[in-house]
Design a protein around this ligand. Structure first.
Ligand code: PHE
Ligand code: NA
Length: 442
């Protein structure tokens, strides 16, 4: 506890907060996982179901994190200590731990995207799928991977260490518009490729039969993706909302963030599949290194593929960076709020720890997968579930009052929100958690 109260930093502008939240949301989840999910699990039929989850599960859960952050103006640990009693007071620790674990290997994957940007510019990509795979295996772990993990971590430290206004807000105001513009540009380019129409048909053909046959596995997958893609369950949105001073319309901000995240995910599919189909690469069964193997090989086959590929991987690296700073901010905000440590020191110490924790993942892909499964499928869902239960069941009056600050009387919308959170969101998270644990022990 600091004896002198230093005023806590805040976002300089509304757009700064929105860009930061969009930057956090838009990441590897949109670019790698989402398009392949749509392609394989029913096309437009899956898209409709996913959108329902985004609206009915993701949106209410995001508002829960927003109100907790703005109400307490604290990091997740401090926030939960303030609003929770008994064992609830310790839930914030789950968020900080999750952020720490996820970022350790997220940074390794981000290092690969830097490597593949350089690869395109330097040597171009290998068109042969087998050789491309062998190349990925060589580059993905070992000294190369550790070095780029360090480079990426350093960038995160510099931005987070510089503060909310001068660091994160400034960075996302450059990065997020760049991601949006380049993504649109690449999609327009992809539309001119000869495989485009075939690709659109594969990506978007509504196949209700696929969903009917597999809905027991598709449903939880869509729900889990909705949560991950919106950066929920890690305290990111609590932390970012804690730097909001004014009485802003949180529901509107949430809708904007969700709209951008969904749009970028969708448009990425309009890039990835035309490239794959034009190069004659099979979009099925992407596997862990998907964009680094099949997509890279497809770039190897296209005219100017080295350049398009480098732009693509460079954009992925930027998207990963704007997500990584949000994860690091969760941990750093805790250290700055609760320990008497200044921000730059906190960023260096936390970043150093993350670098060390990430070394096993940069050394061995199997370990990276284990970290990923444990954090994504268990820690993240658990933290999200506990928070939603606490706020919707035990603190609903406080939550509605906080959401109304900046909007005015919500009427029945307020109750609809709370009841969605109490029932559907909780149910979906419990199912996802059970499936996640079963999957992990297997
Ligand atoms: N939302 C990010 C994505 O879609 C992942 C992420 C999760 C980033 C949690 C930060 C925090 O890739
Ligand atoms: Na996302």
């Amino acid at each position: 506890m600091s004896s002198v109260e230093v005023p806590r930093e805040q976002w300089a502008t509304r757009i700064g907060f929105i860009f930061a939240a969009v930057g956090s949301a838009v990441g590897l989840g949109n670019i790698w996982r989402f398009p392949f999910q749509v392609g394989q699990e029913g096309g437009a039929a899956f898209l409709v179901m996913y959108l329902m989850f985004i609206v009915a599960v993701g949106f209410p859960a995001m508002l829960v994190e927003f109100v907790v952050g703005r109400y307490t103006e604290r990091n997740p640990v401090g926030a939960l200590r303030e609003i929770g009693s008994g064992a609830w007071r310790y839930v914030g620790w789950i968020f900080v731990a999750t952020g720490f674990v996820i970022l350790s290997y997220y940074s390794v994957v981000a290092g690969w995207t830097i490597r593949y940007t350089i690869l395109g510019l330097q040597d171009g990509y290998i068109a042969d799928a087998g050789e491309a795979e062998a190349q990925f295996v060589t580059l993905a772990s070992g000294l190369d991977a550790i070095a780029l993990h360090a480079v990426f971590m350093l960038a995160v430290i510099v931005i987070v260490g510089a503060g909310i206004k001068r660091g994160i807000e400034l960075a996302v105001k450059v990065m997020v518009p760049a991601i949006i513009l380049i993504t649109i540009g690449l999609a327009i380019y992809a539309a001119t490729l000869e495989g485009a129409s075939e690709a659109y048909a594969y990506y978007l053909a509504p196949e209700w039969s696929v969903i009917a046959a597999n809905w027991t596995s598709i449903l939880p997958a869509a729900a889990g993706q909705a949560f991950f893609t919106l950066s929920l369950g890690m305290g990111v949105m609590i932390t970012y909302a804690s730097y909001l001073g004014e009485n802003r319309n949180l529901a509107e901000d949430g809708a904007i963030v969700i709209g951008f995240d969904t749009a970028i995910a969708f448009v990425t599919g309009l890039i990835v599949f035309p490239v794959l189909f034009t190069a004659g690469v099979d979009p099925a069964d992407p596997g862990a290194g998907a964009i680094f193997v099949s997509l890279a090989a497809a770039f190897g086959d296209l005219t100017l593929g080295w350049l398009i590929g480098a732009v693509f991987f460079g954009t992925v690296a930027i998207a990963a960076l704007s997500s990584a700073i949000s994860l690091m901010e969760v941990v750093v905000s805790y250290v700055v709020d609760e320990r008497d440590v200044n921000r730059p020191t906190a960023a260096v110490v936390v970043g150093g720890g993350l670098f060390v924790l990430g070394i096993p993942s940069a050394y061995d892909l199997v370990l990276l997968d284990l970290f990923d499964l444990f954090a994504d499928q268990i820690l993240l869902v658990l933290g999200g579930l506990l928070l939603v239960v606490l706020v919707s069941w035990f603190l609903s009056d406080l939550a509605i009052a906080e959401l109304e600050r900046g909007i005015g009387d919500l009427g029945w919308y307020g109750s609809a929100w709370i009841w969605l959170a109490r029932t559907l969101v909780v149910l979906v998270l419990i199912v996802a958690l059970v499936l996640g644990i079963l999957d992990y022990v297997e």
